[in-house]
Design a protein around this ligand. Structure first.
Ligand code: 0A1
Ligand code: ZN
Length: 873
């Protein structure tokens, strides 16, 4: 049996659309199983296209009823209808109106693309190609139209009727039905269309823009959840203000709405004026959401809001340009969070995410450029590379050309391209003009995949007072890219002595801390180096690269103590721990270096100065970090064992210090999600987690006491996770109590599922299988699936990668069960296999066999077939 044939789409084949659609009038009559849609399009030939012949509209899963050309019903030989679209054989030369009536069944839509039902509401998801599941259309981002949407429904079933733009009309009809008309004056691509109808509760507020316009803000949720929206609303107002101040961007409609739904494939969606959110990223109360949940709500609210300018007002010409809106918008939301919270802590967390998600993607079979040039299924390109590395590329651009030129380039971009669908080239041209620099080489960041390696070597010449630094770039081959051209890297660096940064010179001038490496190799000679320095390279993680530099323990301790760059102080703690861990993987009897233990003791002693930062430095590199560093022939069990040994040693040697930290970091007063309190909790809970690795009664008692006393979900979850990991009766008791306590709260039960799916125990696989029978679990809801199955395969390295291959088999069976219903969800789970080639031979063989078995199945979705085939290639 051969694998399903996929038809790739190529950037090189891009052609402008042959027709343009100026206006769209949608008339939607909602019925659960028989929704009727009449779409009336005003069309004209695109003057920039040489295309002739038929008008071909995309469609997917629609039932065609009738079509009219300029008001006259079309005879059946004038058009054809297929499962993939509608074709008008001889479209008029002059502008014309085409109306098409279709029917669809929202309640049967399990893909959650197009128009579907989530609990009692109707909602839509159109990015990337979901609009064609609502009506026939030129479903591509470079066709911009003005939308008017009329929604009609039973008043009892759906008292709330929403769509993009401003509501222009509403009223009642016969038979208990009512309607609303919405008009969005801003031309937009179809992927930004949205409509919601249902019996929803609403929380309202308002925002006055800097030019004095009043914007109404509305958040819609299920009844009874109104009290969980306050933080999201606050984050929205802060985002709106920040975008005015940081980017000069003001909101443009009279109303901005957010709807929270419980069935959603991704985090949220930036539909014009009507964002639709996974409820996980809206609903938050201290008793139900952790500090990380609050931070995620803030970041995602901001992200979707910022899309209004970067994505909506200026959109992508085609889906290859996805990073144009996503990389830029992630960069913007990261900057926002940095300004709202601690910049260094945010940076470290972002880099941790980049390394764990994106570096592993870039180092495996699914590697692709930030701007891909070919895809089989666009839904599989909402990746860490497009989002996270895409944001890093924007950050590098800013570092290279400087803050001022970057701001001028952004202004130029907004001014020049407002209302257009553009490319990465258009974007970069604005910065090339603003900075008067040639960004040709920089463009390689969008075109070449893989994580570059920077090798650094340095030598101090005591007599001359100079330091010679050599930087080399190594670009390993990646799928489809055997040979690469040298890239351009902004490298922030400094030379550190015992008491801090040395005031060195480069080319006779005081060194400003930044070099731009454009060649395969380059040597720099720093002057005025009066003492033996330690190089602090890639400060602030100034480029998304793997840095290789030989720093011994003493050098790392110097950086840990004296580096002015907080990122590299943290990095020193991680590099030191990684050295020990790699030795322990090879030989578990290696004694732990006492200098490291002393350094951790020092960190704890000074923890009160910046608790969040200390918590990050205290946390050991993750199992995936260690595995990535090992590179190949990884035995996840040996990695886990090494990490456990180091944790246990630290716990036992530092028990008193850790217990003291727990005591000292108690947060007084009522819960606040603000960074200062959250930081104290993160250190407290980091210390708790570590001390419990020692397994002593005092440590476990501290966890049990915290579990019983906690008045917020952060502390409660931390204690629960620690107790569960101890695999003691106290752990079982805590799990049981927690389940009972939150029986009616699906988002909290998700956490409970996740904690158990993560346990590095032999019994976990059976436990996960058992949990699938819990009434709170459902294979139909993406959040439930991700909480249990997603956590098992992405956050449980030892059990997903069981030596007997049962972890792979289990996950494969689930993927195959989900695929016919929700291919996107299935394909995302399959991505868990992305590092299979780096495993030791036994597991590698089993993982490959499982992937092959999946790839061979008949009837796979394009989404799953694409990931399976690329993973095996
Ligand atoms: N544009 C959204 C991400 C998104 C993509 C696809 C979706 O449906 C399958 C939903 C959301 C964002 O960046 O937030
Ligand atoms: Zn986005």
């Amino acid at each position: 049996m051969t694998a399903a044939a996929l038809e790739p789409v190529r950037l090189a084949d891009y052609r402008v659309p042959a027709f343009l659609i100026d206006t769209v009038h949608l008339d939607i009559r909602l019925e659960r199983t028989q929704t009727r849609i009449v779409s009336t399009l005003t069309l004209r030939r695109n003057p920039h296209s040489a295309g002739q012949g038929a008008l071909k509209l995309d469609g997917d899963g629609l039932v065609f009823v009738e079509a009219w050309l300029d008001g006259v019903s079309l005879p059946s030989d004038a058009y054809s209808v297929s499962p993939h679209g509608f074709s008008l054989h001889q479209p008029p030369a002059e502008p014309f109106t085409l109306a098409i009536e279709t029917r669809l069944d929202p309640s049967a839509n399990t893909q959650l693309m197009g128009l579907y039902r989530s609990n009692s509401a109707y909602c839509t998801q159109c990015e990337a190609e979901g609009f064609r599941r609502i009506t026939y259309f030129l479903d591509r981002p470079d066709v911009l139209s003005v939308y008017t949407t009329r929604i009609e429904a039973s008043f009892q079933e759906a008292p709330v009727l929403l769509a993009n733009g401003n509501r222009t009309e509403h009223g009642s009809l016969a038979d208990g039905r009512h309607y609303a008309v919405w008009h969005d004056p801003f031309p937009k691509p179809s992927y930004l269309f949205a409509m919601v109808a249902g019996d929803l509760a609403m929380v309202a507020d308002s925002f006055t823009t800097r030019s004095g316009r009043e914007v109404r803000l509305e958040i819609y949720v299920e009844h009874g959840k109104e009290d969980r929206c306050a933080y999201a609303m606050d984050a929205l107002k802060r985002s709106m203000r920040w975008d005015e101040q940081a980017f000069g961007r003001e909101y443009d409609l009279d109303i901005f709405m957010i709807v929270a739904v419980s069935d959603f494939n991704m985090g949220a969606m930036e539909n014009k004026g009507l964002n639709i959110f996974n409820d996980k990223y809206v609903l938050a109360l201290p008793q139900t959401a952790t500090d990380s949940d609050f931070a995620a709500v803030e970041a995602i609210i901001a992200h979707e809001y910022f899309h209004n300018w970067t994505g909506n007002r200026i959109t992508c010409r085609d889906w290859f340009q996805l990073c144009l809106k996503e990389g830029l918008t992630v960069f913007r939301d990261q900057e926002f969070s940095s300004d709202q919270r601690s910049r260094p802590v945010k940076r470290i967390n972002d880099v941790k995410l980049l390394r764990s998600q994106q570096f592993s993607e870039d180092g495996g079979p699914l590697a692709h450029p930030v701007r891909p040039e070919i895809y089989n299924e666009i839904n599989n390109f909402y990746t860490a590379t497009v989002y996270e590395k895409g944001a890093e590329v924007v950050r590098m651009l800013k570092t290279l050309i400087g803050d001022e030129a970057f701001a001028a380039g952004m202004d130029l971009y907004f001014q020049r391209h407002d209302g257009e669908a553009v490319t990465i080239e258009d974007f970069l041209t604005c910065f090339a003009e603003a900075s008067r620099r040639d960004l040709g080489q920089f463009m390689l960041w969008y075109r070449q995949s893989g994580t570059p390696e920077i090798r650094a070597e340095g030598q101090w010449d005591e007599e001359a007072g100079t330091y010679h630094l050599s930087l080399k770039q190594i670009l390993a081959p990646t799928p489809g890219q055997p040979n690469k051209q040298p890239m351009l890297f902004p490298i922030r660096l400094g030379l550190v002595g015992e008491d801090g940064d040395l005031p060195v010179t480069l080319d006779g001038k005081p060194f400003d801390g930044l070099v731009a490496l454009a060649e395969s190799e380059r040597n720099y000679v720093f002057g005025n180096v009066r003492q033996a320095p330690v190089p602090s390279l890639l400060r602030g993680f100034s480029a998304p690269v793997k840095l290789t530099v030989a720093l011994d323990e003493e050098a790392l301790l110097t950086l840990l103590k004296a580096d002015s760059d907080p990122f590299n102080r943290w990095q020193a703690s991680q590099s030191y721990a990684l050295k020990l861990l790699l030795r322990l993987v090879k030989d578990p009897t290696t004694p732990v270096d006492p200098r490291f233990i002393a350094a951790v003791r020092g960190l704890l002693a000074g923890g009160a100065v910046d608790p969040a930062f200390t918590a990050l430095s205290l946390a050991l590199p993750s199992e995936t970090d260690i595995a990535r560093e090992i590179g190949n022939d990884v035995d996840p069990q040996a990695v886990y064992r090494a990490r456990s040994i180091l944790r246990r040693t630290l716990a036992r040697d530092l028990q008193a210090d850790l217990l003291r930290t727990i005591e000292n970091m108690t947060v007084a007063g009522p819960y606040s999600p603000q960074a200062a309190d959250a930081g104290r909790r993160s250190l407290r809970n980091g210390a708790l987690d570590l001390v419990c690795a020692g397994g002593t009664p005092q440590a476990l008692d501290a966890a049990a006491a915290q579990f019983d006393k906690a008045d917020n979900m952060t502390d409660e979850m931390a204690a629960l996770a620690t107790l569960a990991l101890s695999a003691t009766p106290a752990g079982e008791r805590a799990l049981h109590n927690f389940r009972e306590r939150y029986d009616n709260d699906p988002l909290v039960i998700d956490k409970w599922m996740g904690v158990q799916a993560m346990l590095p125990l032999e019994a976990t696989l059976d436990r996960v299988k058992e949990l699938m029978h819990d009434p709170a679990f459902s294979l139909h809801n993406p959040n439930r699936v991700r909480a249990l199955i997603g956590t098992f395969c992405s956050a449980n390295q030892t059990q997903f990668n069981r030596a007997d291959g049962e972890g792979y088999r289990f996950v494969a069976d689930i993927i195959l069960a989900i695929d016919p219903k929700n291919p996107q969800l299935a394909a995302r789970l399959l991505v868990a296999f992305k590092t299979w080639r780096s495993l030791e031979q036994g597991r590698r063989t089993l993982a490959a066999a499982t992937l092959r078995d999946i790839a061979r199945r008949p009837g796979l979705s394009r989404d799953v077939a694409d990931i399976a085939q690329r993973s095996l290639a």
